[in-house]
Design a protein around this ligand. Structure first.
Ligand code: NDP
Ligand code: 2IT
Length: 445
């Protein structure tokens, strides 16, 4: 058995039932095979064995009282995966599907993503199986306060810095920050990112993941003498990442014809009206189906998966993991899609990814393409440490430069190992090498 196969067997044995975690590890390890062949010292130092084992995993009870006076109990998680290059950094996800395997896959991916940003941040992730849908603001606040009442002892601006992810936006970060500050009796601004602009948040953090995705895809297109101009784009999701990917893609002259939430998708052949989507999703927190009430010429279809049957040049999955399976990949390829840009984390199954690569579809892999969010979180930490704030233009231009560098790193690593144009492998390799070298330098810890 090869080194990679051995480690994979061990990961499955030691982490039973965590399918998403197995998937994420497998995807990375396979692409690292040529690297470890060239660098046997990584294997001798147990770098891979250590990388797949989180430094620390925390699970805790989150009790809270709902508006009817009933006691509710959720489960909280924080997985501190790797601190070789900086404090643990990564978002919190509040979604009923959350269990340890989801948080571990996200934490594992975060190690490589954060490394690619070129900024000093390690990898971590957390969250809860709490479902924010249908909860009042007061319920959300009480839940966040209870969650932080345990989490606070494990985090800190030089220890572990959480942020948002699915179900966690500025509202939740505000409640979490308020509780942290109250317990700690001090203003430790850099302990959370994605904060509101009135208390230490960074301009452009809200836009950063979506904008960053488009900057990365722009570079990938440019390397192939192409651009967004007049391209038909389909975006899954209608949350933070999807909305700002849509905004920047439109600005670059693309026609975004479809978006979705977990219940269904809208198709507006003349171009999605983003103001309407923002109003429905950011302000009213309602379903995307509302869109057709404002735009009767558009179509709404029940069932989210149908979105991948729409003909498009560029597909941007920005909702959640395992959104695109082989059958959806086949549909996209048959419809002439040339570019897949992963805004969500692990939105394609490994088989779907391989199918895209075999068919010469250009794939912008999540770890690289959605790194703009966490990169801008790191810029928020820098601003907090300096006790000043940069303008929108300053942050946005730093973000753009970071995404250009990430593209170059992925491109060059792919070329170095004879896989030109395979940015999936390139991103994994470039992200891995920095972390591996830092781990080598720091000894067996
Ligand atoms: P939001 O909570 O803002 O939005 C999530 C969107 O995806 C919603 O439209 C939601 O629909 C949809 N969605 C969620 N779960 C499912 C599901 N099981 N099936 C279909 N649709 C679903 O989250 P974000 O936009 O922040 O995150 C989206 C993705 O991007 C995630 O994979 C996240 O990990 C990743 N990401 C986020 C970053 C950030 O900075 N926020 C940074 C990097 C990556 P509904 O409302 O119906 O649930
Ligand atoms: O997946 C991700 O990179 C995020 N959810 C953002 C993490 C962060 O710390 O900003």
């Amino acid at each position: 058995m090869s080194v990679v196969q051995n480690i994979m067997e061990e990961v499955k044995k030691r982490n039973p039932g965590e399918a998403e975690f197995h998937q994420a590890v497998e995807e990375v390890l396979i692409s690292l095979e040529p690297v470890i062949e060239k660098h046997p010292e990584y294997v001798e130092s147990g770098i891979l064995d250590r990388l797949v084992e989180p430094e620390r995993q925390i699970m805790f009870r989150v009790p809270w009282v709902d508006d009817k006076g009933n006691v509710q109990v959720n489960r909280g998680f924080r997985v501190q995966f790797n601190s070789a290059i900086g404090p643990y950094k990564g978002g919190l996800r509040f979604h009923p599907s959350v269990y340890l395997g989801i948080i571990k896959f996200l934490g594992f991916e975060q190690i490589f993503k954060n490394s690619l940003t070129g900024l000093p941040i390690g990898g971590g992730k957390g969250g809860s199986d709490f479902d924010p849908k249908g909860k009042s603001d007061n319920e959300i606040m009480r839940f966040c306060q209870s969650f932080m009442t345990e989490l606070y002892r494990h985090i800190g601006q030089d220890i572990d810095v959480p942020a948002g992810d699915i179900g966690v936006g500025a509202r939740e970060i505000g409640y979490l920050f308020g509780q942290y500050k109250k317990i700690r009796n001090g203003y430790e601004g850099g302990v959370l990112t994605g904060k509101g602009l009135t208390y230490g948040g960074s301009l452009a953090r809200k836009q950063a993941t979506g904008f960053g995705l488009i900057y990365f895809v722009r570079e990938m297109l440019a390397a192939n003498n192409d651009s967004f101009k007049d391209k038909t784009v389909v975006i899954s999701g209608a949350g933070n990442v999807a909305i700002y990917a849509c905004e920047k893609a439109k600005e670059y002259g693309a026609n975004v014809v479809a978006m979705c939430d977990s219940k269904g998708y809208i198709y507006d052949k003349n171009g999605v009206n983003l103001d309407t989507v923002k109003q429905i999703k950011e302000v009213e927190r309602k379903r995307i189906s509302e869109y057709v009430k404002h735009h009767p010429e558009a179509e709404y279809h029940e069932g989210q998966k149908g979105i991948w049957s729409i003909k498009c040049d560029i597909a941007l999955p920005c909702a959640t993991q395992n959104d695109i399976h082989v059958e959806h990949a086949k549909q996209l390829i048959a419809n002439g899609t040339k570019i897949v840009g992963e805004g969500a984390n692990m939105p394609c199954t490994n088989d779907a990814l391989n199918l895209f690569l075999e068919n010469d579809i250009l794939v912008a892999p999540a770890k690289a393409a959605n790194a703009g969010g966490v990169a801008t979180s790191a810029l928020e930490m820098s601003q907090n440490s300096m006790r000043l704030s940069w303008t929108f233009e300053e942050v946005n231009s730093k973000l753009d430069a970071i995404m250009v560098n990430i593209f170059k790193a992925a491109d060059e690593a792919a070329k170095e190992f004879g896989m030109e144009g395979n940015y999936v492998a390139g991103a994994n390799i470039a992200g891995f090498k920095k972390v591996a070298d830092a781990m080598m330098a720091q000894g067996i810890v």
